[in-house]
Design a protein around this ligand. Structure first.
Ligand SMILES: C[S@@+](CC[C@H](N)C(=O)[O-])C[C@H]1O[C@@H](n2cnc3c(N)ncnc32)[C@H](O)[C@@H]1O
Length: 401
């Protein structure tokens, strides 16, 4: 198991230095300055007028505007980010497909950066959640806010939300105009705890089978030192991600509750137990590609109506089983979840992306529905599992044809 440092939510103190930018020249595109300041391009143009490029002074004015809100870099670093942002297109081509799919061993953000603009019809993914799991082969990377951190192991939930927003900002570029992003995420409580590799380890600990003391654990989360979160308080990470997605230009179409049919027991006396995760449905346009009839036509295994729990109305509460985790990954989602997302928002042959591929469940759903699939993960072990599952699915499909 990868050894990662403890998480101590000590909020760093920093403030914007205006003096640093006296005499500094900059030319910023409307889309960049709007995304960095959490405002729509229309609002920025209303405040500053419509211009080919915006200056350092323009950016400083927006940082003082009541409508300013942090997105992918904190206020003190917005100008540094705008000054370092590289314009133009960074894309080359989609990775070469074999049997309708491609898996790449790469950090998610780097992989998305390598993709052509408007080349992906749909993203279905479940990222690491903040401070909850230690994944194999996790690696630090440098983020736009200057942090060097493993995704999901940032020192504060705010840093995790910023890094998530940076990934979403890059996805906005690669998504087709009528495409959809389905973002599965769960919340974290600001508690002192041990961070384990998977749910089975957590259950063993609850059953008293893990005899290690707090000090003996390889990776721990502390709860003290945050600028306002108190010990035991819910961090509200999914809502914060949804809000920022809207601020960088995506439409928040729905915040879907995934009502899980089974969850781990929680040894908590002071609050209700959690039974849900969230799926954020994010799009570029008000009316994306969307076919509600898929809900009634698909098999339940691929995300059609789960007749034991769900009514005929496709609502924003999805009652879907929790994966058995039988592939040894420990954080898989059930096939029905990506299956439903893909069937609702794409057509045959469309390109589906999962930049946090894990054991490849999104890829399996994509192939079963006749779509193409590309995915990345930082772990060669998880990718090998995904490769095994996808190659079996692709060859049984060929045999059936
Ligand atoms: C929640 S799991 C995804 C599980 C997947 N949905 C499935 O059903 O198997 C998150 C995955 O993200 C991978 N991961 C973590 N950080 C990453 C990064 N920076 N880039 C790409 N993958 C990453 C982990 O290795 C893990 O496999």
């Amino acid at each position: 198991m990868t050894n990662l440092p403890d998480i101590k939510p000590q909020t760093q103190h920093a403030r914007l230095s205006r003096e640093k930018y006296i005499g500094v020249e900059g030319q910023f595109r409307l889309s960049d300055i709007a995304a960095a300041c959490g405002m729509s391009p229309v609002y920025v143009a209303r405040v500053l007028g419509r211009k080919a490029f915006y200056s350092v002074d323009d950016a400083l004015l927006l940082l003082d505007d009541d409508a300013f809100s942090e997105t992918l870099v904190p206020r003190s670093k917005v100008l540094d980010w705008l000054l370092s942002a590289k314009g133009g297109t960074r894309s080359v081509s989609l990775p070469e497909l074999r049997d309708g799919y491609a898996l790449v061993l790469q950090d998610a953000l780097d992989f998305i950066r390598s993709l052509p603009s408007e080349s992906v019809n749909c993203v279905v993914t479940s990222t690491p959640y903040w401070g909850l799991r230690v994944y194999k082969d996790s690696k630090e990377r440098v983020w736009a806010d200057g942090d060097s951190a493993v995704f999901g192991h940032e020192q504060t939930p705010e840093a995790f939300v910023r890094h998530t927003t940076e990934v979403l900002h890059e996805l906005l570029r690669v998504l087709t105009p009528t495409g959809s992003i389905w973002w599965n995420v769960m919340d974290t409580f600001n508690t002192r705890t041990q961070i384990r590799g998977n749910a089975v380890e957590a259950l063993r600990a609850m059953q008293g089978q893990d005899k290690r003391t707090w000090a003996e654990h390889g990776c721990r989360r502390y709860s003290a030192g945050h600028s306002y979160l108190k010990d035991g308080e819910q961090c509200l990470i999914p809502s914060r991600i949804a809000e920022r997605a809207g601020r960088i230009g995506l439409y928040v179409k729905s915040v879907i509750t995934w009502d899980k049919t089974s969850t781990l027991p929680e040894p908590q006396d002071s609050r209700v137990s959690r039974n849900l995760e969230y799926v954020l449905h994010l799009t570029k346009v008000r009316a994306p590609q969307f076919d509600k009839s898929a809900y009634r036509e698909l098999s339940p295994a691929l995300g059609g109506r789960n007749s034991e729990w769900e009514t005929d109305k496709l609502s924003d509460v999805w009652t879907l089983p929790t994966s058995s985790g039988g592939e040894g990954h420990g954080a898989q989602f059930p096939l029905s979840l990506p299956g439903r997302c893909i069937a609702l928002s794409t057509g045959p042959g469309d390109v589906i992306l999962d930049p946090f591929v894990g054991s490849g469940t999104t890829g399996l759903a994509a192939l079963a529905l006749g779509r193409t699939f590309i995915g990345s993960d930082v772990s060669s072990e998880y990718l090998a599992t995904a490769e095994r599952r996808l190659s079996v699915a692709a060859s049984s499909k060929v045999a059936a044809e």
